[in-house]
Write a protein that binds this ligand. Structure first.
Ligand code: ZN
Length: 448
């Protein structure tokens, strides 16, 4: 079996996570760790395995120098549902290898990285290599539903054991081949150094119930609509925070000239740069706390006015703000829009503070940067603000250096297939991820 076949085998397992436990296939989740062991016998033999709860797999490869803090490599083996199967060109869990690509749900997010870590260890172990620095691999099986059972449980265990890590590498930015073409023609390795917070709020509106033939002046549905409209009309202020500034500087050094001068002086050209960021939703999300109304529920019948209407809004919090400050802002906008009748509450299990910027300097940053530059000769390496969440946030207090990076070249169209139909990864891109991880482990994260 080739390396690519092994990844394909993992994709064939439909480890679809869901918020409702009854919607999950427990058997396939339970079978996953042993499938992994069977596919990577040398890696499994070289490392110690611990199963943590029902959604955590931890592998430890003991280094020869126990005084060195270990490296922590993260990945998740659950995937989001495939959605409408008809929208896929091939069945979502085919794992088919065709046209130089490996197809199926999870190929990019995030079984590609999980298989990358295992493959890298498999190759090193087969050569009788033994790392100097201990490597810990922690795989979660519920990242897509917040990670309480996987990464959450593993991180608690590590905390109880007093573990610390030299650095952590999780999924995150990729080697963007065209996404930053407005700035540079070169590929850009986006290494996530900070992560936005995550917050879901429920808006509960109340009003008079009654017959639709004699409606009161203020209804629950009307109140809720006014509150949502006011929130959309009053976006959070835009700001350039540390990590996007670092990204602009890195790009500026690469392009040079007038454009480079502007990019390397972000405070001087703040206005024009903010305007550029605001141009597309994905870049706009790097400069402000975003707010997305996602769920709305009101009445059931045409002729009956409900006394309650409920909406949920999902916010992604920019570093520098907090759950408390953002909630306060939402409450004050709602209060001035509807004067009473709408309450704003946190949704349990959906409250995560932003993870502030880690180091985009230092020995481990340099190691990732040098590795990237040796694999993709023309690449620009830049720090990146993660606008989505990753499992790494559970480990925030266990290391000073948390990086979120998928060492693969990914284009705009491929990126669109994450959490959408026709997810796939190019064999060439995935092979480079294996090479990256193999060399990272092989040199213990320090200079070679
Ligand atoms: Zn993921």
């Amino acid at each position: 079996m080739t390396a690519v076949d092994r990844l394909s085998e993992l994709i064939k397992m439909p480890t679809v996570s869901a918020y409702e436990p009854k919607d999950e296939d427990d058997e396939v989740f339970a079978a996953f760790p042993d499938r992994l062991a069977a596919l990577y016998p040398a890696a499994h033999g070289a490392m110690e395995r611990r199963l943590v709860g029902d959604r955590g797999v931890v592998y430890t490869w003991r280094g020869t120098d126990s005084h060195l803090e270990p490296i922590l490599g993260l990945a998740h083996y659950d995937v989001v549902p495939p959605g409408e199967e008809e929208a896929w060109d091939r069945p979502p869990f085919s794992g088919e290898i065709a046209d130089g690509r490996i197809h199926g749900r999870g190929s990019l997010d995030d079984k590609g990285m999980l298989a990358g870590w295992m493959e890298a260890v498999e190759r090193l172990a087969a050569r009788d290599f033994r790392p100097e620095r201990t490597l810990v691999l922690a795989f979660g099986g519920d990242e897509e539903t917040s990670g309480f059972r996987g990464a959450g449980s593993i991180a608690s265990l590590f905390r109880e054991e007093g573990r610390r890590f030299a650095f952590v590498l999780d999924e995150g930015g990729a080697v963007a081949t065209e996404q930053l073409s407005a700035f540079t023609d070169k590929p850009v390795a986006l290494i996530g150094c900070a992560e936005k917070g995550y917050l879901t709020l429920t808006l509960n509106a109340s009003g008079m119930s009654g017959h639709a033939s004699a409606p009161p002046k203020r209804s629950a549905v009307g109140r809720l609509s006014a509150a949502l409209a006011a929130l959309e009309a009053n976006p959070a202020p835009s700001r350039l925070v540390d990590v996007p500034i670092g990204m602009l500087r890195a790009l500026g050094h690469a392009v040079g000239g007038l454009k480079g001068f502007i990019l390397t002086h972000p405070r001087l050209f703040r206005r024009v740069l903010l305007k550029n960021f605001a141009g597309t939703p994905s870049t706009a999300s790097m400069i402000r706390t975003t707010l997305a109304p996602t769920v709305i529920r009101g009445g059931e019948r045409d002729n009956v006015m409900p006394d309650k209407a409920v909406a949920r809004i999902n916010l992604r919090i920019l570093p520098g703000e907090t759950v408390e400050s953002v909630t306060g802002r939402v409450r004050s906008i709602v209060a001035s829009a509807v004067d009473g009748g709408v309450t704003v509450e946190h949704v349990e299990g959906s409250v995560f503070e932003p993870v502030p910027a880690g180091l985009s300097t230092g020995v481990y940053w340099d190691r990732l940067k040098n590795l990237a530059e040796s694999i993709w000769p023309d690449v620009v390496v830049a720090p990146y603000l993660m606008t989505g969440t990753t499992d790494s946030r559970w480990y925030r207090d266990l290391s000073d250096s948390i990086f979120r990076f998928i060492p693969m070249e990914v284009g705009t169209e491929e990126m669109k297939c994450v959490h959408a139909p026709n997810e796939s990864v190019s064999v060439k891109a995935w092979e480079s991820a294996v090479e990256f991880l193999e060399r990272l482990i092989g040199t213990g994260g320090s200079e070679s």
